[in-house]
Design a protein around this ligand. Sequence first.
Ligand code: FAD
Length: 494
Amino acid sequence: MSRKNINSYRKNVRIDGEADGDYVLYWMQINRRLHFNFALEYAVAYANKLQKPLVVLEGLACDYPWASARTSTFILQGMAEHVQKLGDAGTVTYLPYPEEQKGSYDKLVRDLCQRAAILISDEYPVFIMRERNERLEKELSIPFHTIDANGIIPMALSQKAPYSAFIFRQLMQKTFLECWEHPPLEHPLKGLGKHGDPGLSQEILEKRKTGMKRLSSDKEIEKFVSGLSGLKQDIGPIELKGTRAAGLKRLDDFTGNDLLGYDDDRNDPDKERTSRLSPWLHFGKVSAFEVVSKVFAMQPDGWDISDSRPARGKRSGFFRGHAAIESYLDELVTWREVGFHFAWHTPDYDQFDSLPDWARETLSDHADDPREHVYTYEELAGSQTHDPVWNAAQSQLRQEGRIHNYLRMLWGKKVLEWTPDPQTALSYLIDLNNEYAIDGRDPNSYSGIFWIFGRFDRAWGPERPIFGKIRYMSSDSARKKVKLDNYLKRYSGL
Ligand SMILES: Cc1cc2nc3c(=O)[nH]c(=O)nc-3n(C[C@H](O)[C@H](O)[C@H](O)COP(=O)(O)OP(=O)(O)OC[C@H]3O[C@@H](n4cnc5c(N)ncnc54)[C@H](O)[C@@H]3O)c2cc1C
C-alpha cells in the first residue's frame, strides 16, 4: 500500500463539499496534543492547500457525563500547557474555551462553523465525541472531516468488529509494518504557512480571552473548577498532572526503569512496574506511535522491526526481541486497539445486548441464582464490602483515580457477584469506572468492563453459580497468586 492508501483509512469524510470560508477550523476533542497527531497534521495540510489561516479550538464543557473536578482539572492542566506553547504564536490561532455556562461551548463551535471553510476534528468511537460528531454530521452545512489519530492501526482497516484479541492480532500483524512506516509528523505545526488573520468576531475573541484567563495558572484552574456546580466536587483532583510533559516523563521513567521487567512483574500490585500511561493515552497527550518508538529503542542490538512477519495471531513471534517488550506491546497495541476497533463497528458498544450470545445466555441462566452478598452503589463506591482486597482496590480508585490492572479485573468480577443481576452490575461498573478513573470514558473502559461479562473471552468450565460459564476470579486466589501486603497496608482503611 502507498502512503496515501494507508493513511487515507484514517479519514472519515462526514460532509463533502467545497471549502469556502475564512479559515480552517480544527476542533481538538480528544487527541489533545500538538505532536504526532494525524488530525492536526491534516488540518495544517488543509490550511496550506486553501491558503487560509488555521484556528485550533480546544474546550471543555461543564456538564459532560460523569463530570468531576478530577477529570476537568486534568484536562485544563493540559490546555494550560497549550496556552503556554501557542497562546500568541503567530501562524496559528489557538482558542481555548473552558465553559462556565452550559451550552456556551456548543454555541462557540456553531458560531465558529458559520465562517469556517471546513471543520476538521477527531474520529473517536465512544462517549460524547462519537455523539457530537454524529449530531454535527446531520446539522452542519460546511465540509466536515474526522481523522483517526487514536492508534497505530486505523479503525477503518478492520472490516467488522473483532470479537477477540486473537482476530484483531491477525489484522495487526498483517498491517503493522505498513502503518509503522507512515507515522504522523512529530511537529505538524512547523509546516503551517502564514495565511493571515482569521478575522474572528469580537464576541469570539472575548471568549478566547476569558479562556486564557481561566487557564493562566494552577490557582486559576482550581478556582474555576471549584466554582462549577455541574461537576462532582467530591471526586477531586489527583496527584497526576494532565500535561504532555508529565506523560512524557512517565514514559521515560517506564522505559528506563521498568519495561524490561514488565512480563515478570506486571501482575504484581506491590511492585507497580506497569507503564501507568493510560491517563495520558486516554486524553491523547501522548501518541501510541511515540510510545512504541521509545519501546523499540530498548530492543537488543541487531533487532529490526522490518524483519517481522505475521505470526498467525499468536501473542509472541511477531515483535520478537525482548520478551518483556513483546508482552508490553501486546497490551499497548493489540489490547488497547482491539477496543477502539470493536467500538467503532458497534454503535451499542455500551449496552448489555452487545455481549456475545453465549455470554448473555449463560448470564441470564444464572440471573436468579442466590447472592451471598448484595451491595448498593453507594456501599461499593465507599469501599464498604466484607472483602479487604476489594475495598483496597476501590479506595485506590477513589483516591488516586486508578487501579492496578490485575486488581481491576478482580474488582470488576466481584461487582458481578455482589449485585442483584448482571444488568445492574454492568451499570454500576460503568458508573464506578467512568466516575472515578482518570482513564475512564475510553474505548478500553468498555473493553475492560465488558470483558468481565465475557466480551473478548471464551466460555470457561466448570459452570458456577451467578457466573455460569463466564471466567471467575476470587480474592483468595489473588492473594495466593500475587503479593498484596504493601498494597493492603497502603489502601486499607482509606
Ligand atoms: C474492569 C476494567 C475496567 C477497565 N477500564 C479501563 C479504562 O477505563 N481505561 C483504560 O485505558 N483501560 C481500562 N482497563 C484496561 C486496563 O486495566 C488498563 O488499560 C491498564 O490497567 C492501564 O494501566 P497501565 O497504563 O499501567 O497499563 P500497561 O500494563 O502499562 O499497558 C500499556 C497500555 O496498554 C493498554 N492496556 C493495558 N492493558 C489493557 C487491557 N486489559 N485492555 C485494554 N488496554 C490495555 C493501556 O492503554 C495501557 O496504558 C480496564 C480493565 C478492566 C478489567
